[in-house]
Design a protein around this ligand. Structure first.
Ligand SMILES: NC(=O)c1ccc[n+]([C@@H]2O[C@H](COP(=O)([O-])OP(=O)(O)OC[C@H]3O[C@@H](n4cnc5c(N)ncnc54)[C@H](OP(=O)(O)O)[C@@H]3O)[C@@H](O)[C@H]2O)c1
Length: 250
């Protein structure tokens, strides 16, 4: 594989499974040294690290619940301690819960906003302090829902609308530090989280496939390859973008 990320240090949040694990593997395959963040799945993170090492790369597992502001600094410190200054931050950790308006509760709101928005902001704040003066790349994993706006997803979709807005704001704010900030907005991908929510089958799957121009859901690798592009110098003049990887669904 093309080693366009050779020697770059990448932190991927929520990389113990799903899309984050695939991103960690892809960045490592392209030569990056990868910090694999996890919250509860140590086994999953250790597996991702061992897979990277087996393929000839370098990686460490880094624990931290990013919904807890006081745990964020230790994730950045552990990454710096392992590999030095950070070049690439992938804000992938996220939770999704659907609910009709009538059932929305403060708990449902805070669970999603505390990680998907506040956690993403505070992780970016701390990571940017650990970038070198050469700058780098931040890739936020948003979601196709921010433009698709499915019913029963007001809170989750609001978190991803916020992520898109943050991407555009920070792209302007951090350009002077040579840090590019972009979003990747995936369509449905059958990850562990999607399977646990039951979205990978039944009415949700049928509906997604029927409205997706390409007629199918996506794969984790199809998201990871786009993240690798945005993280790399191939995207040197791309910032503030929200790149939809949804098989054409908008
Ligand atoms: N799958 C889709 O169809 C889809 C579509 C659009 C966007 N997305 C977005 O893509 C991202 C990943 O989704 P996924 O489907 O791969 O999810 P997933 O299979 O549920 O995996 C979630 C990952 O996030 C981590 N995580 C959860 N809470 C965390 C916390 N508080 N602190 C740190 N890490 C935490 C988990 O780690 P532990 O297991 O260690 O707790 C796990 O590694 C999310 O931002 C999601 O909104 C997904």
């Amino acid at each position: 594989m093309n080693k366009r990320l050779a020697g770059k240090v990448a932190l991927v949040t929520g990389a113990s499974k799903g899309i984050g694990a695939a991103i960690a593997l892809r960045l490592a395959d392209e030569g990056a040294l990868v910090a694999v963040n996890y919250s509860s799945s140590k086994e999953g993170a250790d597996y991702v690290v061992s897979e990277i090492i087996t393929r000839g790369g370098r990686a460490v597992a880094v624990h931290g619940n990013l919904s807890e502001p006081e745990e964020i600094k230790s994730v950045i410190d552990a990454t710096k301690k392992a590999f030095g200054a950070i070049d690439i931050l992938v804000n992938n950790a996220g939770v999704y819960e659907f609910s009709p308006l009538d059932s929305i509760t403060p708990e449902h709101f805070h669970k999603q906003f505390n990680l998907n928005v506040l956690g993403l902001l505070l992780t970016t704040q701390e990571a940017v302090r650990a970038f070198s003066d050469k700058g780098g790349s931040v890739v936020n994993i948003s979601s196709g829902v921010s433009t698709i706006t499915p019913p029963n997803s007001a809170v989750y979709t609001a978190t991803k609308g916020a992520v898109d807005a943050i991407t555009m704001v920070l792209s302007k704010e951090l350009a002077a530090k040579k840090i590019r900030v972009n979003s990747v907005n995936p369509g449905m991908i059958a990850t562990e989280g999607v399977v646990a929510a039951g979205f990978h089958e039944g009415d949700m799957r049928t509906w997604i496939e029927s409205v997706t121009p390409m007629g199918r859901i996506g794969t984790v690798e199809e998201i990871a390859s786009v993240v690798a592009f945005l993280a790399s110098e191939d995207a040197a003049y791309v910032t503030g973008e929200t790149l939809h990887v949804t098989g054409g669904l908008r």
